[in-house]
Design a protein around this ligand. Structure first.
Ligand code: FCA
Length: 361
């Protein structure tokens, strides 16, 4: 491919993906087709703060790349990164892709567009070494969010600053709540099973679903009645398929308790259960997230999805970007590891708590 052709292709990819994510494109914006979502200007254009500059007088620009720009959690991370940019007078370049090759191209684009660093939730944690090498080559600082990089030795790359959730503990909160629901409902153990929609190849996911199983057993639920199924994609269709498979394998089960790595995992499973006539009286699921399940918890008629372990896209979007700003502007290195907590919420209190946490306006 000729260099010119390659540049044009990359710019097209960048602009398209940025529009999909509802963010300011990293490259020169192409004219939006009629009906396309409006792109939001980031600071310094959008904010009141004075422009933040590097020591050598360049305007600060920070990338924020995510693996699933269509997922609400990541859209909220972008929203809070933009808030941080507006408050502090720098520009944030939001983008994302599931594709491992494209994520590396997006990093190139950040450098071309004058960024000094980026926050990233990588589509594949094993890309960690490639991302770090690329960042070094391009003289960009890198901060991992949500999914921690894995090195060639299979171990976490602890040298790269990281903010993630306390995955094991949060999984345990979900398992404990499900064990309580099981007792409260008086379901017979021999007619009940727990469905774990897992994604074992991602460490933060495995820790969450392992934690849920541990707490279910500690809460008195029989270990041999926990069935897990790995989802192929971490979204609602992926979870629906996994739950369908469990339902086919276990047609005898009358009551289900559902857990997964995130809200999408539980929502997909609940939709599959509803398809087989299960209802709030016969199954119950609790998610992890918050961002994606608010519409579900707002429904007039309650569903089997009864609550979530609310985590903070504000902390993961705003604070990571702020730490990157301080690193670039002031030379203050971020903490190597920040683990955030969750709060259990249900239909009755999710709005109030999300507001208190600054997640909802
Ligand atoms: C992972 C998941 C997201 C979210 C985040 C904190 O990246 O894929 O859904 O739970 O961790």
């Amino acid at each position: 491919m000729s260099p010119l052709h390659r540049i044009t292709r990359l710019a097209a990819i960048a602009a398209g993906l940025a529009l999909a994510a509802g963010c300011k494109p990293a490259a020169e914006p192409t004219p939006a087709p009629p009906g396309a979502p409006k792109t939001e200007a980031a600071a310094p254009q959008g904010g009141k703060a004075a422009a933040a500059m590097t020591k050598d007088g360049k305007p600060i620009k920070i990338g924020f790349l995510v693996k699933q720009p269509e997922e609400k959690w990541f859209q909220d991370e972008h929203k809070f990164a933009k808030k941080c940019a507006a408050d502090n007078g720098f520009e944030v370049l939001c983008n994302g892709t599931k594709d491992s090759a494209k994520i590396l191209e997006l990093i190139d684009n950040l450098a071309t567009n004058g960024a000094q660093g980026f926050v990233i939730c990588t589509p594949d944690t094993k890309l960690g070494p490639a991302i770090v090498n690329k960042a070094k080559d391009l003289n960009l600082k890198v901060f991992a969010v949500d999914d921690q990089f894995i090195g060639p030795d299979g171990k976490f790359m602890e040298d790269v600053p990281y903010m993630g959730i306390s995955a094991g503990d949060i999984g345990e909160m979900v398992g404990k709540s499900l064990a309580e629901e099981f007792k409260k409902r008086g379901w017979k153990a021999e007619e009940t099973a727990a469905a774990g929609i897992t994604f074992e190849e991602l460490a933060t996911s495995k820790a969450r679903t392992d934690g849920a199983q541990k707490a279910l057993v500690a809460g008195g639920f029989p270990k041999d009645r926990i069935f897990t199924k790995n989802e192929k994609t971490t979204d609602i269709p992926g979870a629906m398929d996994a739950m369908q498979a469990l339902l086919t394998q276990h047609p005898e089960i009358k009551h289900w308790l559902v857990f997964s790595m995130n809200d999408e995992g539980v929502l997909g499973a609940v939709r599959a259960l509803e398809g087989r006539t299960f209802a709030p009286e016969t199954c119950v699921g609790i998610g992890i997230g918050g961002s994606s399940c608010f519409p579900e918890l707002e429904r007039e008629k309650p569903t089997s999805f009864i609550g979530t372990a609310l985590i903070s896209p504000k902390r993961h979007g705003y604070e990571t970007t702020e730490m990157m700003l301080k690193w670039i502007r002031d030379g203050v290195e971020p903490a190597k590891k920040t683990l955030t907590k969750a709060i259990m919420v249900d239909r009755s209190n999710f709005k109030k708590i999300a507001k208190e946490e600054g997640i909802l306006d």
